[in-house]
Design a protein around this ligand. Structure first.
Ligand code: AMP
Length: 249
């Protein structure tokens, strides 16, 4: 079974994000970029499936600017077998990405597609669901455990009130949650080996995807600054302040 895993290039999770002066987006020039953390979990899961002998090939796919190839190289260094880069000079919305991924899935025919549950830049949490809908495939979102059976997959999902277990017929779409696994670091020898692994390049035109946005960003703002707290001397003062100043009791 072939496993397709998607990787998005996003601002590194440790970087403090700055809003652009025109408030139309965030500053990405000269900012450290990295693989979306939920996609690292996706790549790790796909590689583990290969190590267990369940998957025969792991293909990493990314949609984005030229430099997205660096993110794909990281996936290859972690252990993916080959990569597909869909070039897009503009930032696509989840529907555009899902359409591009659908075209790749149609051509590659994987048994499983693993995406992150959300990209930490747009926090949309839509692409996996949209892809499953476009393919008319079952979806197991926010997965914290996968068990592959004969033509089906048992997915444990993290839901608000606990864990939900669903059984899906394959091919299926999975999105990863934080507790699915702990992704590995790529070793130096594997980073070197990854340079030689195949990377196919496609364009949105090749895939018949219209990149025109359907949403308009009105404004991006930083969250309001938190005010400094006050230290109280004892519980009595705390209760008094909660009653008379905060008026919450
Ligand atoms: P989102 O719906 O934007 O929160 O993204 C959810 C997941 O979809 C991400 O974790 C990625 O696995 C995948 N995804 C979104 N955008 C891209 C992209 N441009 N290239 C590859 N994968 C993507």
């Amino acid at each position: 079974m072939k496993v397709l895993v998607t990787v998005k290039r996003v601002i590194d999770a440790n970087v403090k994000v700055r809003v652009k002066a025109d408030q139309k987006g965030i500053e990405t020039q000269n900012v450290k970029m990295a693989m979306n953390p939920f996609d690292e979990i996706g790549v790790e899961e796909a590689i583990r499936l290969k190590e267990k002998g369940v998957a025969s090939e792991v293909v990493a796919v990314a949609v984005g600017v030229e430099k997205t190839q660096e993110t794909l190289r990281t996936a290859l260094a972690m252990g993916a077998d080959r990569a597909i880069h869909v070039l897009s000079e503009t930032e696509l919305e989840p529907l555009g990405v899902a359409k591009a991924l659908k075209a790749v899935v149609d051509a590659e025919a994987p048994g499983l597609v693993i995406l992150g549950k959300q990209a930490i830049d747009d926090d949309c949490s839509q692409t996996g669901q949209m892809l499953a809908a476009l393919l008319a495939w079952p979806q197991g979102t926010f997965a914290s455990k996968l068990e592959i059976g004969e033509g089906e997959i048992e997915v444990t999902r993290e839901v608000d009130n606990g864990l939900e277990t669903v059984m899906l017929k394959m091919p299926a779409v999975i999105t990863t949650d934080l507790r699915l696994n702990e992704p590995r670091y790529a070793s130096l020898p594997n980073i070197m080996k990854a340079k030689k692994k195949p990377m196919e390049k496609k364009t949105l035109v090749d895939l018949g995807v219209d990149p025109a946005p359907r949403l308009v960003v009105l404004k991006v703002e930083e969250p309001p600054k938190r005010e400094a707290g006050v230290k109280v001397t004892d519980a009595g003062e705390l209760v008094e302040k909660l009653r008379s100043e905060a008026k919450v009791i």
